[in-house]
Design a protein around this ligand. Structure first.
Ligand code: ZN
Length: 119
């Protein structure tokens, strides 16, 4: 499966499979939260509740995407903290989700299920 932008149908992820073994999720700071090639629908009240319900993928699996044109969305220390709303758009500038890649968090992309879909 892969994910596309609902508005323009552009691919925004590489091929990804649902991660069944949740023990492979890694909550260490500065490391990939989810292995490449997989996704999960985030359903954990104890981990970043603001992203509950989003589709989480590895940053390396995001394609055809740019950073948001609104610089207020791009805060972070040495990466992007994703605390100010969606910071990632598709190549056509449609908002798709949030990159979390700062030094004090595990790294991942949280895609908004209202804005992307699986094909
Ligand atoms: Zn789009």
């Amino acid at each position: 499966m892969k994910l596309i932008c609902k508005l323009c149908n552009l691919d925004v992820s590489k091929e990804v499979l649902e991660l069944k073994d949740l023990n492979l999720l890694n909550r260490n700071d500065r490391q990939d939260y989810i292995p490449e090639g997989f996704y999960i629908v985030h359903d954990d009240d104890n981990f970043i509740p603001r992203h509950k319900g989003t589709i989480i993928i590895n940053i390396k699996d995001l394609i055809n995407s740019n950073y948001h044109s609104d610089e207020r969305r791009l805060n972070g220390c040495c990466g992007y903290d994703g605390c100010d709303g969606m910071n990632r758009v598709c190549k056509c500038n449609h908002e798709i989700g949030t990159e979390c890649s700062d030094c004090w968090m595990p790294h991942y992309i949280a895609l908004n299920p209202d804005l992307v879909k699986f094909i």
